[in-house]
Design a protein around this ligand. Structure first.
Ligand code: SAH
Length: 463
């Protein structure tokens, strides 16, 4: 049995959910931060449990052949990119394995039952995020700055520019905006929010960028109803080319939630427009929108392929957000229904249908597990009977009651889009027990450099 401060040599064989390397010594698992699959290293045990321990990297004896130099100098401290020191090909292999293993371990599927297609990766796995949220605070020298919080402290570590943030014509838009906000604060004595004393103004800056329209949005989250001399900030930000929308959001609550409930628009329409394929979407500061615009097209194309639409079908899109999947399928089906719990998102979805001249889409607001069975009992089952159900739930997966309802709705096909392959495997196993066959799984890398992976799955009704 090993204990604290023991030094061991270990070869890393896997990567954990937070990107930490995992290796075994005599069957005893060690979790080692800052290591990559294939590293042979000397480590020191920091915290020993019965079957595993957390250990600290002391020295890499022999580096993994998959190790690459990190593009970002603060990748290790930031924690946003857990896999930056792993080659991109290896990242893709790791993610594909993760999905496959979850179907085996959690879903209980045999290897031969999992028809997994190659993971869809990116050609350029950087600069893909169309959204950024930077905390504003003070660095260790007490200067106003932005970046990320260091560990569990509230001092800010500055980023020299995030390598995931989308560029327009090679310009680092996030940096241009953040430098402008910080200069404005310094010039006008606007203090950043201090969590300890709950004083000060600026908490976060939210930025959204559209690659397709090149429109840029800024929303400054403040601890007050009004930001002093906000008109000066607007004048400064307007100088940045492509600036389309500037808003102030008020969040006076203590805690980790970034956005508050109240948003005031100071410049522009209060939204930007983006495209997925040829469908246009209006995106407001609060809207949920997939962060990787390039990959989302590939993801939805795969979902569309699995839906196999001819123009005659009725499609239900559960957990539809602002209607992205619903509207992408509308022109290929007879009728599409979208179901979503957030009222604003449903309003956006209805608006998005209008601006795209789509009249075959109907949006229903409420918890899917409640409103879908209700809608069914109150309407003509024949007319709204789904040929295809698409589901794209949050990480925790589908509500059990909704799964039950889906089976009762008896669609020919279920297309399951998921950002968490563990809950996906659990739900697919349940659907298998209840009459659906697992046909095909395609992982899609929506989040290069991180441990996260999206998947799309086709299930069909057993004969
Ligand atoms: N399909 C969309 C959104 C997916 S994110 C897209 O690709 O953009 C998951 C969505 O599920 C969120 O918009 C969230 O608000 C919504 N949601 C969460 N719980 C829900 C529930 N019980 N019923 C309906 N929608 C829910």
């Amino acid at each position: 049995m090993y204990q604290k401060n023991d030094e061991l040599t270990v070869t890393i064989e896997d990567q954990g959910t937070n990107g930490e390397g995992i290796g075994k010594v005599n069957g005893y698992a060690l979790f080692v931060k800052d290591t990559v699959i294939g590293d042979e290293c000397k480590v020191k045990i920091m915290k020993a449990k019965k079957n595993f321990a957390f250990a600290k990297l002391i020295e890499i004896i022999s580096p993994s052949e998959y190790r690459v130099e990190e593009k970002c100098p603060v990748a290790k401290q930031c924690g946003g990119c857990q896999l930056q020191s792993m080659s991109y090909d290896k990242q893709l292999e790791f993610k594909a394995n993760k999905v496959f293993n979850n179907f085996k371990r959690i879903g209980g599927f045999d290897t031969c039952q999992i028809n997994m297609k190659p993971i869809i990766g990116m050609d350029e796995p950087y600069y893909y995020r169309n959204k950024a949220q930077f905390p504003v605070g003070k660095n260790k020298d007490g200067e106003i700055s932005y970046g990320f919080f260091a560990g569990r402290t509230h001092s800010i570590i500055e980023t020299p520019g995030c390598v995931l943030g989308m560029r327009i014509d090679g310009r680092d838009i996030c940096k241009e905006i953040m430098d402008t906000v910080i200069s404005f604060m310094k010039d006008n004595d606007i203090e950043p929010y201090d969590e300890q004393t709950q004083s000060g103004y600026v908490r976060h800056v939210l930025i959204r960028i559209s690659e397709a329209t090149k429109q840029v949005m800024v929303c400054v989250v403040t601890n007050s109803d009004e930001l002093p001399v906000a008109e000066k900030l607007v004048d400064d930000l307007k100088e940045i080319s492509n600036m389309t929308s500037i808003s102030i959001n008020t969040n006076k609550e203590f805690g980790n939630v970034i956005m508050g409930k109240r948003t005031v628009h100071l410049f522009g329409p209060g939204y930007i427009e983006d495209y997925i394929g040829d469908i246009k979407f209006r995106i407001s500061p609060e809207s949920f929108f997939q962060v990787n615009s390039k990959q989302v097209k590939k993801l939805y194309d795969k979902a569309l392929e699995y839906a196999n639409l001819t123009g005659e079908e009725v499609v239900w899109d559960m957990y539809c957000g602002i209607g992205t999947i619903t509207l992408s399928m509308a022109n290929k089906a007879k009728k599409v229904y979208g179901v979503e719990i957030v009222r604003n998102a449903i309003e956006d979805a209805r608006n998005n249908a209008i601006i795209n001249n789509i009249d075959s889409a109907e949006f229903i607001q409420g918890a899917a597990e409640e409103v879908v069975p209700k809608y069914f009992s109150e309407n003509d089952g024949e007319e709204c009977h789904p040929d295809v159900i698409v589901v794209d739930p949050p990480r925790k997966g589908c509500d059990q009651k909704l799964l039950q309802t889906m089976v009762e709705m008896n669609p020919e096909r279920i297309v399951y889009v998921s950002c968490d392959s563990a809950t996906l495997a659990r739900d697919v196993a349940w659907l298998k027990e209840n009459g659906y066959k697992l046909n095909e799984v395609t992982p899609v890398d929506m989040f290069p450099q991180t441990v996260h992976v999206e998947s799309v799955v086709l299930l069909t009704l057993e004969d």
